[in-house]
Write a protein that binds this ligand. Structure first.
Ligand SMILES: Cc1cc2nc3c(=O)[nH]c(=O)nc-3n(C[C@H](O)[C@H](O)[C@H](O)COP(=O)(O)O)c2cc1C
Length: 223
């Protein structure tokens, strides 16, 4: 897994409709529960999409993301964290004034509509999901889930499989409750009686090669 560290990256892109090879799925099942059955995948895609739209059309949650968007190379280099909107296609939309911070807070704008279309398309292009649940929801459970997820992602990287967490349905606020319940009804044992918590839900499949996410230089983290 160590060998995969520098190649591991999150792929926020549509995946091909190629299903996971069975030998690959078998290996990844050591780290997470995989959802491969087309009907269950379709049901989860629907939940993930509705949850994403719930977040996007709820200004208090959506504006948290907009505040963290970095529009173009200049903003990304100045703050190499958050949600980086870079690369030739997005830079063109930014330069032409279609993709702007103000537009992203206005559901009537063409930039916002474009964002919705991009996400609808991306979430739809998902042949499988990976799920990590824990028996409870203590800090130790959460850290254990993070370890399992990272191992899953490194193992997937070594096998050429792309990974993309989609966390909206797992978030705990009133407007999200019905998607949280739907995802738990489907994926957690005994969820309605304080049972398992779904800690991670992610898309799995074969996506394009993507650039490494921006990072602050290591030295900038030293005090
Ligand atoms: C706990 C957790 C939840 C995440 N949830 C989402 C998500 O809902 N949507 C998304 O696009 N990426 C999500 N990500 C992926 C991050 O966007 C990604 O890790 C970040 O862009 C850094 O990129 P890298 O993984 O390529 O280093 C999540 C990552 C973690 C660790």
């Amino acid at each position: 897994m160590f060998a995969a560290i520098l190649d591991r990256r999150t792929c926020h892109e549509p995946f091909t409709d190629q299903p996971l090879a069975s030998a690959t799925a078998e290996k990844l099942q050591n780290y997470a529960t995989l959802v491969l059955d087309p009907q269950r995948v379709a049901a989860l895609k629907k939940i993930a999409l509705q949850a994403w739209r719930t977040e996007a059309f709820h200004p208090p949650s959506w504006n948290e993301s907009v505040d963290l968007m970095r529009f173009g190379k200049g903003e990304i280099n100045a703050n190499p964290d958050g949600i980086d909107l870079g690369g030739p296609f997005l830079e063109t939309l930014i330069l032409s004034g279609i993709l702007t911070r103000a537009g992203q807070t206005d559901p009537a704008s063409s930039g916002f509509k474009q964002t919705i279309a991009v996400y609808d398309n991306m979430l739809g292009a998902t042949p499988a999901f990976a799920v990590v649940t824990t028996p409870g929801n203590s800090r130790l459970d959460q850290i254990a889930a993070g370890r399992r997820w990272l191992r899953l992602h490194l193992a997937a990287t070594a096998l050429g499989v792309s990974v993309h967490p989609v966390s909206q349905a797992l978030q705990e606020y009133r407007e999200m409750a019905k998607h949280y319940d739907a995802v738990h009804d489907m994926l957690a044992q005994g969820a309605s009686q304080g049972g398992e918590t779904v800690q991670m839900l992610g898309r799995l499949g074969y996506g394009p090669a993507v650039l490494r996410s921006p990072r602050w230089p290591l030295e900038s983290r030293f005090i």
